[in-house]
Design a protein around this ligand. Structure first.
Ligand SMILES: [Zn+2]
Ligand SMILES: [Zn+2]
Length: 105
């Protein structure tokens, strides 16, 4: 996780926003309830912080998808299964040489 304020405040202090922290009558810490998607906000301007770490994960996934653009095809003529780059509009079956158009995925 790498939190950042969308307004680029330089304080880099964030407050846990929607988590529940329980204390007893004398204010002693009792329990912290973990939630699925903790939200943080900038203590300087109050804006919801963005998690740049999560953005990095998404970008890594996108890169992964770009690096393996192959797609599986089944030849309509001989039913041979093979893979070809998915950007191709027409593919040629490596087994029988049949050319067929690619349906939009
Ligand atoms: Zn801020
Ligand atoms: Zn074929």
């Amino acid at each position: 996780m790498y939190l950042a304020c969308p307004n680029r405040c330089s304080t880099n202090r964030f407050e846990l926003w929607n988590a529940s922290v329980f204390v007893d009558s004398s204010g002693r810490y009792l329990e912290y309830r973990l939630i699925d998607a903790p939200l943080y906000r900038c203590t300087e301007c109050g804006s919801p912080a963005v998690d740049l770490g999560a953005v990095g994960d998404v970008m890594a996934e996108d890169r992964l998808a770009e690096e393996s653009p192959a797609r599986e095809f089944a030849c309509p003529s001989c039913e041979e299964l093979f893979s070809a780059p998915k950007e191709q509009a027409v593919v040629v079956c490596p087994a029988c040489g049949q050319t067929f158009p690619v349906a939009e995925a």
